[in-house]
Design a protein around this ligand. Structure first.
Ligand code: DSN
Length: 411
């Protein structure tokens, strides 16, 4: 029985989503296109299996094959990130962060983390998430002069407030993270250092960004952003925290792990260990730098003046637009990205001053600096209202045809 016969409405929405992904320029910095091998593993019968516990020590029978994939995922992730301990069961990045906090803190303890509007994530202590409700939070901010982290100021905040955890790792920070400076802040407070590398995990895996180990005690990540794999979370730690980490994931926070997703994660880590993955990550950064140059040359104000990683944060009020207007205008021509707060934004999250632009997904399609130059010019012409929308849309379509996606995907 085929899905289109059982549920034509769902099948049609999936088909339309496949076409949307194929026919638009995907520039959301946290999105990517998983390989067909990852999609196949993630869509498999392991979804049917309960496997509470850990490989070799489960609360259910019949775990012999899911044990194999979870052991492979753990072994490969250890190699990719040079980690002493890995738990691949968190369902998402936020859940990996929750487990990380409860591995080393109790309710009411203190996190020193980045402010949401300065590049942090909801789960880094924002009052809108569990992290800001269950824990006491102190939020650090970008330096208004350099538009980068001011490490002296963060160390001072740590000394004054003595947090239990210092959190580094961001959703909208275009610069390299200096993990040793954050380790200094953690040491100043006698705190644990947690690094959330969800955005830069692929770069770290390929050696294109410094590895948070050994400075960090715990490292969390998702597996679907620059890492380009199955959608989910992972938590890693030094070996002395292994038992606390595992207990915080199960039974404390989650029940049965998603074994089909863990199969997808195992394939993700195998791909991340290849030479072509390393080259791919290098190209992501080259593309982001090329795109940043053309946007900047054409008058767009970029946070910190550029990028070291896969993303760019641009203040579109510098070309007379709001973030929402920019997102909508670009969406209309087939360029997908997201509006984003910029540090010290005087506008609201619903319609902020910025947009966030990423290169991981376009790089997966095989695009290089030449295409970034052209796409940067297209973005500028749309924002400045220079070029007809139809002309830009036509070029978006051509580029999608020149750099095809999921050619062998059967649906
Ligand atoms: N929501 C993700 C992002 O877009 O950056 C972070 O989890």
């Amino acid at each position: 029985m085929k899905l289109d016969e059982i549920d034509p409405e769902v099948n049609k929405a999936i088909k339309n989503e496949i076409n949307r992904q194929k026919n638009q320029l995907e520039m959301i910095a946290s999105e990517n296109f998983a390989s067909e091998a990852v999609l196949k593993a993630q869509g498999c019968v392991m979804t049917n299996k309960y496997a509470e516990g850990l490989p070799g020590n489960r609360y259910y029978g019949g775990c012999e094959y899911v044990d194999i994939v979870e052991e492979l995922a753990i072994k490969r992730a250890k190699k990719v990130f040079n980690a002493e301990h890995v738990n691949v069961q968190p369902h998402s990045g936020s859940q990996a962060n929750m487990a990380a906090y409860f591995s080393v803190m109790d309710e009411g303890d203190t996190i020193l983390g980045p402010k949401l509007s300065h590049g942090g994530h909801l789960s880094h202590g924002s009052p809108y998430s569990f992290s800001g409700q269950l824990f006491n939070t102190i939020q650090y901010e970008i330096d208004p002069e350099t538009e980068r982290w001011n490490h002296d100021q963060i160390i001072e905040l740590a000394e004054e407030n003595k947090p239990d955890v210092v959190l580094t790792g961001y959703s909208a920070y275009p610069r390299e993270i200096d993990f040793s400076a954050f380790k200094e802040a953690a040491d100043a407070a006698g705190a644990y250092l947690i690094a959330d590398i969800a955005h830069i995990a692929g770069l770290v895996a390929a050696g294109e960004h410094e590895n948070p180990f050994p400075e960090a005690d715990i490292v969390t990540t998702t597996t679907h952003k620059t890492l380009r794999g199955a959608r989910g979370g992972v938590i890693m730690s030094k070996k002395e925290l292994a038992e606390d980490v595992d207990f915080s994931v199960f039974p404390w926070m989650q029940g049965g792990p998603l074994m089909h997703v863990i199969a997808g994660k195992a394939v993700t880590f195998k791909e991340a260990l290849t030479q072509s993955f390393e080259e791919y990550q290098k190209q992501i950064v080259r593309n982001a730098k090329a795109l940043a140059s053309v946007l900047k040359e054409n008058g767009l104000k970029l946070m910190s003046g550029g990028t070291d990683n896969h993303l760019i944060l641009a203040d579109v009020t510098s070309v007379g637009r709001t973030g929402k207007e920019a997102e909508d205008l670009l969406h209309d021509v087939g360029i997908t990205l997201n509006k984003n707060m910029i540090p010290f934004d005087d506008r609201k999250a619903e319609d902020p001053s910025g947009i966030r632009i990423g290169t991981p997904a376009l790089t997966t399609r095989g695009m290089k600096e030449e295409e970034m130059q052209e796409i940067g010019e297209m973005i500028i012409s749309v924002l400045k209202g220079k070029e007809s929308k139809n002309k830009v849309s036509e070029r978006v379509e051509e580029l999608c045809e020149e750099f095809p996606l999921y050619e062998d995907l059967e649906w």
